[in-house]
Design a protein around this ligand. Structure first.
Ligand SMILES: *Cc1c(COP(=O)(O)O)cnc(C)c1O
Length: 370
């Protein structure tokens, strides 16, 4: 077979959001390894790990369920104009999962095994990769401790699994700015913690703050640093950027280890520098710095680049209630010019839509062989 399967007929891909979309793809990857007390057996890179999509069986004593010994990743496969299928910089996801595994005392999935598995899942589910420019097949790798243990200690058994789901384009038409709200007193990560790891336990603790800001009419919560509550860290599960009028772009730095090192973040830094001549500053970005920004946006694999129209700050009052203490508006509160330009550049590189950019950034695209 020298061509990927065509997309499934009679599917209205344009209705798909970032979700499961009521679709069950055909195959998932699943491999379980055990430790003899000294070392784990290696993860396999053979097609017996490709199994029909279905449920996992776990002991209720699995360490992932009891102690959150688990990691996830997120990446997208897209169908290009020429019918090929590409994945954006999967090597970086493989490396990130390796460093997370070290931190969480899980066996490392060697990057070549990770890439073989990702390719196999895309190939086996190729009919679920949407047509050109109609979305992507989102891949969700998981690495978790699945051995049973009552004591608080790492598992002797680990499972590496990848499932897939077709998702729609985040923006159906034009880019639309979102509104963020920061909640003073809420933070997602502290120095010394695991904020820099895509650890499963880092996310549910944000649900309450997320619910609160949505009730207040905002789209997503803006996370402030745990120590001072004055510096911006991230927006929901995406990285944050501010554009200043002196051709500078600032994004919170990774040195505090409280920020997830996003693949999209890193790519945008390169594009803004090389294609648009911006100076990129990675470092502390306080709310008062932000007041001088001309544009802001957040980014991640899910939504690519999302313009931010304004940021509201919710402050805890002496009587225990929360009150909006200030609002920062960027430009006219809509999509900024630089944000739009970066969005266009990044999506064209990802979709292989522009020949010059495709050639220049070809190492960023991993082509899945049929
Ligand atoms: C996944 C994630 C991001 C974005 O990372 P990408 O590699 O660009 O998808 C940013 N912040 C958090 C907290 C995340 O979990």
């Amino acid at each position: 077979m020298d061509q990927h399967a065509d997309p499934v007929d009679n599917v209205d891909w344009s209705t798909f959001s970032f979700g499961l979309n009521g679709v069950e793809t055909d195959y998932m990857w699943c491999d379980t390894v055990v430790s003899d007390g000294k070392a784990f057996a290696p993860f396999r890179a053979t097609n017996d790990c490709l199994v029909p999509m279905g449920k996992l069986q776990l002991s209720p004593a699995a360490t992932v369920l009891n102690y959150g010994q688990g990691l996830f990743e997120g990446l997208k496969a897209v169908r290009r104009k020429d019918g090929s299928i590409s994945i954006f910089r999967p090597e970086l996801n493989a490396d990130r999962m390796s460093s997370g595994a070290e931190r969480f005392f899980l066996p490392v999935v060697p990057p070549n095994v990770f890439l073989t598995a990702v390719d196999a899942v895309v190939r086996a589910n190729a009919k679920w990769v949407p047509p050109f420019s109609c979305g992507a097949l989102y891949l969700r790798p998981l690495l978790m401790g699945t051995g049973a243990a009552l004591g608080v200690k790492p598992s002797m058994e680990a499972t590496f699994c990848i499932y897939a789901s077709p998702v729609g384009n985040y923006f159906k038409g034009d880019l639309k700015a979102i509104q963020l709200q920061a909640v003073k007193g809420y933070s997602r990560a502290a120095p010394g913690g695991s904020g820099a790891v895509k650890a499963i336990g880092n996310y549910a603790s944000a649900f309450r703050a997320q619910y609160t800001v949505k009730q207040n009419g905002f789209d997503e919560v803006l996370c402030l640093d745990a120590l001072t509550g004055e510096a911006i860290e991230e927006a929901g599960a995406s990285n944050f950027f501010a554009v200043f009028s002196n051709k500078t772009i600032v994004t919170p730095g990774l040195e505090t280890e409280t920020i997830l090192p996003g693949v999209t973040r890193r790519s945008i830094m390169d594009i803004a520098k090389n294609e648009c001549g911006f100076e990129i500053v990675e470092g502390r970005l306080t709310l008062s710095d932000l007041a001088n920004a001309s544009e802001a946006f957040c980014c991640g694999t899910g939504a690519c680049i999302t313009p931010v129209g304004y940021v509201s700050i919710l402050d805890r009052q002496a009587d225990g209630t929360d009150k909006e203490s200030s609002v920062i508006v960027f430009g006219d509160g809509g999509t900024g010019k630089i944000t739009r330009q970066l969005y266009k550049l990044l999506t064209e590189i990802q979709n292989g839509n522009d020949d010059r950019l495709s050639e220049k950034y070809k190492e960023w695209l991993h082509i899945v062989k049929p």
